[in-house]
Write a protein that binds this ligand. Structure first.
Ligand SMILES: [Zn+2]
Length: 266
């Protein structure tokens, strides 16, 4: 599942494949960019901000532009060597192809694909809270934003990218389990929010540089999470069956014993 760490990894793959290269061709397969041609443009760098990808480019007139994309639940970028078979996804999911002398980058099922002047990047990502994997990660600011809505459930607050950028459903469930907090707890009643933000940051950071996401320390299939994706399986701590239920727009997984809460729904 693309969360902040996956997007960070993807940005690194694109950076290694394309940074410094002059594009020899581009092929956009989305209506809003169908006539855009980046041939002759130079890729400056690739960066992530929360779950957003920012590919920064210089046009032949040296104007600086950013190609923005979002992976949401199902998007991906892959980099291939020239002539290598594209093995990533079915061809009908391709939204953009960027060719350089040394690599071909293919974006599958990308969302919010947009080309904007780099100075206007903030229009696309300025609403985001502190980036858990950003060089400017600011834990105090993340806590300040979380506590601004004390009545909101912590399960929903952790997913709100305006509070802190990069946590998706997997890390949300896992952080709450590790802190022993029910997802339905109001933010204002959560003990030690700074500790929770710090743990989220550590969990994402630990998964940089690899594609298997683990919060348990194990990379073995079926052992990479405490509660996420483990409905009805025994809790790794207490043996109680893990539960799964909708919370807001997403499902959440939790252990009713390790994460007690007085107002927990039936
Ligand atoms: Zn338990």
């Amino acid at each position: 599942m693309p969360e902040g760490d996956t997007v960070w990894n993807t940005a690194r793959v694109l950076h290694r494949a394309l940074a410094g290269a002059r594009l020899t061709g581009s092929d956009f397969r989305v209506p809003q960019l169908a006539t855009t041609d980046l041939t002759g443009w130079t890729v400056r760098e690739s960066a992530s901000r929360g779950k957003h990808l920012l590919l920064r480019l210089a046009a032949p007139d040296e104007a600086q532009w950013t190609l923005h994309s979002h992976l949401r639940m199902d998007g991906a970028w892959r980099a291939y060597a020239p002539g290598e078979r594209w093995s990533g996804r079915p061809a009908h999911l391709i939204r953009v192809v960027l060719r350089s002398p040394g690599a071909v980058a293919v974006g599958y099922h990308l969302h919010e694909l947009a080309l904007v002047p780099t100075v206007e990047e903030e229009r696309l990502v300025g609403h985001l809270g502190p980036d858990l994997l950003g060089p400017d990660w600011d834990a105090a600011e993340a806590v300040r934003r979380l506590t601004a809505h004390p009545e909101q459930t912590i399960g929903e607050a952790l997913l709100d990218q305006r509070n802190l950028a990069g946590v998706g459903n997997l890390y949300k469930c896992e952080v709450l389990f590790l802190r022993g907090v029910s997802p339905w707890t109001p933010v204002g009643a959560v003990p030690d929010l700074p500790g929770m933000a710090a743990l989220a940051q550590r969990l994402l950071a630990a998964n940089r540089g690899r594609w298997t996401q683990s919060t348990t320390g194990s990379l073995h299939r079926g052992q990479t999470s405490y509660v996420y994706g483990r409905r009805a399986q025994p809790c790794r701590r207490c043996g109680t069956a893990i539960r799964k239920q909708e919370l807001g727009e997403r499902v959440t997984y939790w252990c009713p014993v390790c994460q007690p809460e007085h107002a927990q729904p039936g």
